[in-house]
Design a protein around this ligand. Structure first.
Ligand SMILES: Nc1ncnc2c1ncn2[C@@H]1O[C@H](COP(=O)(O)OP(=O)(O)OP(=O)(O)O)[C@@H](O)[C@H]1O
Ligand SMILES: [Mg+2]
Length: 219
């Protein structure tokens, strides 16, 4: 079975897709890799995460993303359409991808403790997916220390193993940007695997190449 890297975050809009695409571009130079976004809500006319992940993939299958129109948490957006998020489908799709591809990157919607389906949080499916590695993306801005402390403590409590943290430069810097890394290490006791600047995916891919080797060796 191919390695599976899960990209989760401290919340929405923190750079999960950007990091996942950069990682796919780094990994894709040596393996046939595929990105998978199991559930996507608020699907508007712009490029969706699933399409961005597909562009960064080198194993060209089209994994089934469950999409819902309303920009709400998945169970609520699904409910508005009289539907439910199909969790077993996500597990089956992930297993099929791991059989066929050389590597799989899954981006979860929202943060690690965002609801995925009725009575299921993202953290629950991370455990069920049995990933090789789970990476936590967090924005390098004021407030991140709380979000990291809360998320990593909850993850430990729930038995979700996090390999480390990727700090990602925010769209707009604040006074804390660039200062959070050391304290983040202290409050989480997890490694800060990278502090990424604002840059295109292919530039960040080179920054993530060494990290990828560490991640895969650890798995
Ligand atoms: N390091 C970066 N350099 C340049 N642009 C970035 C970087 N990180 C994020 N972005 C851009 O910021 C926006 C939000 O990032 P992204 O879509 O990756 O967040 P997300 O956590 O996946 O959001 P969502 O919760 O909606 O899935 C995107 O337009 C993305 O391309
Ligand atoms: Mg995204």
């Amino acid at each position: 079975m191919a390695p599976l890297v899960i990209i989760t975050g401290t919340g929405t809009d923190v750079g999960k897709t950007h990091v996942a695409c950069a990682l796919l571009r780094a990994w894709g130079t040596r393996s046939l890799v595929v990105g998978f976004k199991p559930v996507e809500t608020g699907v508007g006319p712009g490029p969706r995460d699933a399409e961005r992940l597909a562009s960064a993939s080198t194993f060209h299958v089209k994994p089934q993303t469950q999409t819902f129109d309303a920009p709400l948490a998945p169970p609520l957006a699904a409910q508005l359409e009289g539907r439910e998020v199909d969790v077993p489908l996500i597990l089956r799709t992930a297993a099929t991808l791991r059989e066929g591809a050389g590597g799989v990157v899954i981006e979860l919607a929202g943060g690690l403790f965002s609801p995925l389906a009725t009575d299921t949080l993202n953290a629950d499916i991370v455990r069920q997916l049995r990933p090789t590695t789970t990476l936590l993306v967090a924005p390098d801005r004021l407030g991140v220390l709380h979000d990291l402390a809360a998320t990593t403590r909850a993850a430990a409590h729930e038995g979700v193993a996090l390999f480390g943290i990727i700090l990602n430069a925010p769209g707009v810097n604040d006074r804390s940007t660039g200062t959070n890394s050391r304290e983040a290490r202290r409050v989480t006791r997890l490694p800060i695997l990278a502090s990424l600047p604002r840059a295109p995916e292919n530039v960040l891919a080179s920054a993530l190449t060494a990290l990828l080797s560490t991640v895969l060796r650890a798995g």
